[in-house]
Design a protein around this ligand. Structure first.
Ligand SMILES: [Zn+2]
Length: 390
């Protein structure tokens, strides 16, 4: 499958034409085109001669919005294929911390660049990148990617945080690592700073059995691990009923809190996420490899949750390709429609990152960044599915 990223290069009008145009999950146009000027789309629809601009005819295949990887950690890309995933979550976390240390800054930066190449080669041009170390700012700023850099914090200390801007297409926002690694005071402080600026906030939530045991009992191997690392959790309001309810009680759930993973969530939790309109980022392959389970996608869909896709880091998944996540979810979630999968990978991802006015659909006023996918299908009903099927 050949995927070609198309990045606006010139100011003047340019027309991209292909056999099909997927403006969004519901709007498929045969012999479609997108006219771009000064980096923005000025027209999208059926190709007709006479439109002003240089024509790039991409032949058969489909023009579509760039894929959105709403959750990854580019700074961990150098760990690709180097960690054991089947010895439990704690072993993985410990190995990750030690290997990250051993790899060193230069090795991590080399991995970061490789990660960006993986993203662009697989058609992802919009990303929600978790940055715990801040080492990739310059690289990201100079890349063709756009999106959000979530500066991530954990533990008990509420830090001074400069809300600086990254050059290029990135906005800086904040992430709390997770409810089992961070104090309620820290999480509230981070969320409030995002709220004041209208920015998204991201958090890993309900990912592992160890997190569930700790949140619901205050004991277990995770409690021991925190104690071993010298982190005092006596004031964290734990035990409580569930990770989702913990966040709800802290007032952290709303339409700008991107909840990542949410594997462990009962019906009440899913209802809470629905009531608060909190978007959920599924990382299906990472969840499968690291935890041998998946989130309740059907129930989440039935409750109207905004679902998007992320790969998580290369420390827990074999590629940063959102197309691979689309393929995986199509195989593992029964009854899911190609249209839903397409929406998760494009429009929903953009909306979950607070970028729904710029990315996720191809229509006038939106970003002129798009991708061309060389699919084999000819019939309208097969187009969306063929984007992720080999
Ligand atoms: Zn993550």
């Amino acid at each position: 499958m050949t995927i070609t990223p198309i990045i606006p290069q010139s100011q003047g009008p340019v027309i991209h034409r292909a056999g099909w145009l997927a403006m969004d999950a519901d709007t498929l146009i045969e012999n479609g085109c997108v006219q771009v000027q000064k980096g923005r789309i000025i027209h999208a629809g059926v190709f007709r001669p006479g439109l002003e601009g240089i024509i790039h005819d991409h032949g058969p295949g489909v023009l579509m919005p760039p894929l959105v990887n709403a959750h990854t950690h580019l700074e961990l890309s150098a760990l690709k294929g180097r960690l054991t995933l089947d010895k439990g979550f704690e072993v993985w976390v410990k190995d990750l911390l030690s290997l990250r240390e051993k790899t060193g800054r230069d090795g991590l930066l080399e991995g970061f660049n490789q990660g960006i190449r993986e993203l662009t080669d697989s058609g992802t041009l919009v990303v929600g990148d978790i940055s715990a170390m801040g080492i990739g700012d310059t690289i990201l700023g100079e890349s063709v990617l756009s999106g959000i850099v979530f500066r991530e914090y954990l533990g008990n200390i509420i830090p001074e945080i400069p809300m600086d801007e990254i050059n290029g297409g990135f906005v800086v926002a904040l992430a709390g690592h997770a409810p089992h690694t961070s104090s309620p005071e820290l999480l509230k402080s981070l969320k409030n700073r995002c709220r004041k600026r209208g920015l998204p906030f991201s958090i890993h939530l309900g990912e592992s059995r160890e997190e569930m045991e700790f949140i619901t009992t205050g004991k277990g191997s995770w409690a021991d691990f925190l104690t071993y690392r010298g982190i005092d959790f006596s004031s964290w309001g734990i035990p409580c009923q569930s990770p989702v309810k913990h966040l709800a009680q802290l007032g952290l759930l709303d339409e700008k809190t991107l909840c990542v993973h949410v594997i462990h969530a009962d019906d009440d939790d899913i209802h809470l996420l629905s009531q608060t309109k909190s978007p959920v980022c599924l990382c299906p392959r990472s969840n499968h490899l690291l935890h041998n389970t998946l989130a309740s996608v059907e129930k989440m869909q039935a409750n109207g949750l905004l679902l998007c896709l992320g790969t998580d880091s290369l420390a827990s998944t074999p590629s940063l390709s959102i197309r691979d996540e689309m393929k995986f979810i199509a195989h593992h979630v029964s009854g899911i429609e190609p249209k839903d999968i397409f929406r998760m990978a494009t429009e929903n991802g953009a909306r979950a990152l607070g970028l729904g006015e710029t990315f996720g659909r191809l229509e006038p006023g939106m970003s002129g960044a798009l991708i061309h996918v060389r699919i084999q299908a000819n019939h309208k009903q097969d187009i969306l599915e063929s984007i992720y099927h080999d």
